[in-house]
Design a protein around this ligand. Structure first.
Ligand SMILES: [Mg+2]
Length: 293
């Protein structure tokens, strides 16, 4: 904590701005990350057949950008009636466990999916809810006042990038720039990410770059860790993991390698497959719900 406080006191806005000019760069993608292929043709047929043949199935379905299209206003992003029916049908399937890992708060996720009998993961893994009747369970450690120390930095970005906003979570803080000018937002996000990565190194915090969001959380908290209790519940014959952004990579890495991992949109990923959009995801899930016993 003292280390972080010292670092934060050492950099001011002028240092940030000057270094910013040297620091504009895209997030480097690891060469090690494999190419993934489109989920179609025989692979899609095999997925459907494996789903049918399985005695038990685990479905890990990210929310924003996966089950619902990405929206400039997070409050507006809600599944439509069609998707609600699909999720209900899948959740009701015998020997099928449905879990929705998300960066959303407990309240926001609960209000969207509370009437569906599924597991929930909120705030990227800080909280899990095993099923409709179990209470929320907290997985992360106390953040202390570390997040408080970071607030001025996030506020500064909120001011400097019109349209962006801070979201204070129970155990983290996020800066969203969905509504900001895309180019300015992207540049500032890369800048903020680079600095926070450097200054939070070896502290109890880590920074994540999601879809139009930069977020700081306590270390050791991610979606992969959060779903481990479901993964260890039994030997699953069929696992499907769907996600759209960087934070879902932890999910893809946590599941056994023969699982069906699908990223929304083509790009570097640990996922085996990709689909173009939440609309293609909806078609896939509709078919699974029709096959669902
Ligand atoms: Mg997402």
């Amino acid at each position: 904590m003292a280390l972080m406080r010292k670092r934060l006191s050492e950099f001011d806005i002028y240092r940030w701005t000057v270094s910013f000019l040297d620091r504009i760069k895209e997030v480097k993608t690891s060469q090690a990350e494999r190419e993934h292929k489109k989920l179609e043709g025989r692979w899609k047929d095999k997925l459907f057949q494996d789903f049918l043949d399985a005695e038990n199935r685990l479905l890990l379905l990210n929310y924003d950008g996966t089950l619902v299209p990405f929206s400039p206003d997070p409050d507006q992003a809600v599944q439509d009636a069609g998707m609600r029916r699909i999720l209900k049908k899948l959740a009701a399937g015998s020997h099928t466990e449905l879990v929705v890992p998300s960066g959303r708060s407990r309240k926001s996720l609960g209000s969207r999916l509370g009437n569906i009998d599924c597991g929930l993961v909120a705030e990227h893994g800080s909280w899990i809810k095993k099923d409709a009747v179990t209470d929320w369970q907290r997985l992360d450690r106390l953040s202390g006042n570390g997040i408080e120390l970071l607030k001025p930095v996030f506020r500064d970005y909120e001011v400097r990038v019109p349209g962006s906003l801070i979201e204070e979570k129970e155990h983290g803080i996020a800066w969203h720039y969905r509504k900001a000018d895309p180019e300015l937002g992207r540049l500032r996000a890369n800048e903020l990410f680079d600095y926070l990565s450097e200054y939070l190194a070896n502290t109890d915090f880590h920074v994540m770059q999601g879809n139009k969001v930069i977020e700081v959380r306590t270390s050791g908290v991610d979606k992969g860790h959060a779903v481990s209790s479901w993964l260890s519940m039994k030997t699953w014959d069929f696992i499907l993991a769907l996600g759209d952004d960087w934070t879902d990579e932890d999910l893809f890495k946590a599941v056994p390698s023969d699982s069906y991992t699908v990223k929304v949109s083509y790009g570097p990923s640990s996922a085996r497959f990709y689909l173009e959009s939440p609309q293609s995801i909806k078609k896939l899930l509709l078919k699974l719900s029709q096959l669902s016993p």
